[in-house]
Design a protein around this ligand. Structure first.
Ligand SMILES: Nc1ncnc2c1ncn2[C@@H]1O[C@H](COP(=O)(O)OP(=O)(O)OC[C@H]2O[C@@H]([n+]3cccc(C(=O)O)c3)[C@H](O)[C@@H]2O)[C@@H](O)[C@H]1O
Ligand SMILES: Nc1ncnc2c1ncn2[C@@H]1O[C@H](COP(=O)(O)OP(=O)(O)OP(=O)(O)O)[C@@H](O)[C@H]1O
Ligand SMILES: [Mg+2]
Length: 274
């Protein structure tokens, strides 16, 4: 293994082989135990119709059901957070049907995104670039989830996993802003394996990942923007050899996004100097 690869695999905690049942159990137990320890009354998560939130949502629902079976008060709040009309609306509905959450709330973030864009225009005399408006969408989804979590005394669940974390492929304080991360240590193919294991429709566990943040290119595939395939990222995280050029691209992204995987840099920190 490459020297940096060893350090990344260790930091991300990815196992080259997993037992799906065991992985589901320990993640559901983690959510349930954490809820018990904090005294929070439930979990909140945006359901997009993508692979990650379909799995995380199911784990949330199983965790609150487990707590209720013990006589505790716990509710899962699934949130549909479309920007206008979601082009893959069918998949979002399919995911909600699969998860069967206690409650589903729909918040359309379009007006809030437009509000930010209007204020930006008043200040800068032009609209936000599509790419930056995309990050505003991700951050407004975070705000919507925290608004509900505050009202319901619940915690916000994030879907960050090893493949996204390594590449920094998330919006800082957007989808990266959450209280608990039940998918951490899984790579992308392992997320799919767990989702399939839990009985999701093939359309959900096979779905091609998209951040879907751009108005100009709706449904743009993550792999198009990343310039690296998830298969290569997953192989790398399982300790396998991947083509040199791909490993270099991945490591460059890992190093450039270090600031996203930590609390804000303070005057006492030194890690950023290396
Ligand atoms: N060295 C440094 N130390 C401390 N802070 C630093 C920094 N460099 C930038 N920053 C800060 O970070 C900001 C840039 O980070 P950020 O705002 O996240 O922006 P950025 O990384 O440019 O964009 C987010 C990326 O994640 C992708 N994404 C987002 C959301 C969901 C998904 C998905 O897979 O579904 C993917 C999205 O497509 C895009 O490629 C800068 O504006 C600056 O404020
Ligand atoms: N349209 C949406 N509705 C509700 N939540 C969303 C939406 N888009 C993004 N999110 C939230 O942001 C998270 C990050 O998006 P991301 O695309 O990484 O995950 P995903 O859509 O669940 O899976 P995939 O990566 O396979 O597309 C989602 O898991 C979800 O919680
Ligand atoms: Mg997605």
């Amino acid at each position: 293994m490459r020297e940096l690869q060893k350090a990344i695999v260790e930091e991300m905690g990815v196992k080259p082989e997993i037992d799906p049942e065991q992985e589901v159990t320990r993640r559901v137990d983690f959510l349930a135990d954490y809820l018990k320890a904090t005294g929070a009354k439930g979990l909140v998560l945006g359901i997009s119709g993508g692979v990650d939130s379909s799995l995380a949502g199911k784990l949330c629902q199983l965790a609150v059901e487990q707590l209720r079976a013990e006589g505790l008060d716990a509710t899962f709040h699934a949130m549909r957070l479309p920007h206008g009309i979601q082009h893959d609306e069918d998949d979002a509905k399919r995911a909600v049907e699969f998860i069967a959450p206690d409650q589903t709330h729909t918040f359309n973030i379009e007006k809030a995104v437009t509000g930010v864009d209007v204020a930006f225009n008043e200040s800068f005399g032009r609209n936000l670039l599509d790419y930056h408006r995309g990050n505003v969408k991700a951050r407004l989804r975070m705000i919507a989830q925290y608004a509900v979590a505050g009202e319901q005394q619940a915690l916000v669940v994030g879907t960050d996993h090893a493949a996204e974390s390594t590449t920094g492929f998330f919006t800082k304080y957007g989808d990266g802003g959450a209280d608990v991360l039940p998918l951490f240590t899984l790579n992308k193919r392992q997320v799919r394996v767990l989702l399939k294991h839990l009985g999701a429709d093939e359309r959900l566990w096979m779905k091609a990942p998209t951040a879907d943040l751009l108005d100009e290119t709706p449904g743009q595939l993550d792999e198009t923007e990343l310039g690296i395939t998830y298969d290569h990222i997953d192989d790398y995280l399982e300790g396998r050899e991947i083509p040199e050029a791909e490993a270099e691209k991945l490591e460059k992204r890992y190093l450039a996004t270090r600031h996203k995987r930590t609390v804000p840099v303070s005057i006492a920190d030194q890690w950023w100097r290396s």
